[in-house]
Unconditional design. Sequence first.
Length: 334
Amino acid sequence: MIAESREDLPAPPDGARAEDATVRDTGEFGVIRRITAGREQPAATLIGPGDDAAVVSLTHGTVVASVDMLVEGRHFRTDWSSPHDIGRKSIAQNAADMAAMGARPLTFLVGLGCPADTPLAVTDALNEGLWEEASAAGAGIGGGDLVQSPHITVSVTALGDLDGRRAVLRSGARPGDLIAMAGETGYSAAGLELLTRGIAPADAATRECVAIHRVPRPPYREGVSAAEAGAHAMIDTSDGLLSDLGHIARASGVRINIDTAALGCPEPVRAVAAICGTDAMSWVLDGGEDHALVAAFAPESAVPKNWRLIGSVSEGKGVTVDHTSRSAGGWTSW
């Protein structure tokens, strides 16, 4: 399914240059046409933008759904992140939720609020980022909504398919399970620290941390790999490793211990911590918005190759680090 050609986009109003046109100049439906023009939908999207709702084909009659909202000034800053980055981040954090359930993303629905004088260059770049990350996650954008608002706000609903498997919940961890992780943590918090302090990225390590803060890199396909391997419980590290493992521990009624020697600390995170005079491991344990995946596996099951063991599950409650109690920090939207 392909929408109208981008060559058929509405022209700016009389006297306005295309590069200077704004959302007010073009109107709601003109912007929607710009957002949808020339975009090819994946086969699962039977009805895309243009009707009152999208229609998505499901393999086994179930759908996994989640929604997240990003608000300017709270979840992103336009002086730190480009519109393209903001679009990618908006999809990434939702696609990570699909992966954490063991689901494959099918389509995303995007609600965009912005001031009427927002340049079309901003909404165009935001849209490019949305589509780039949706494609990277193996899905498309099936529709959405556009409204006027005082600040840029992006709300994304993700729909996914379990392909006949059961969803991997937070409540399935059992004593004796092993804890494994796909992806890394600490990068986003390190990048945020640099941006907050006004320290310009000057080398590969600092550039990497800032880039991941702007656009996280969830290991999308590892969620399905974990589900296929029989993972008992899983979550993505949106709030921080300890905080999110705490969700699993509470839901499952178990204790989880993290082995910091096995967890390790990425070299770029250590490099930024040295610049800032900060404990790098605190970012690895508590820094949010990396969207790595952590899961509990039975000891007799094969842990997928792109996952590494970082801890274990026992009877009890809470989360310990090297068998010592530690309060979790972590990121919160409030």
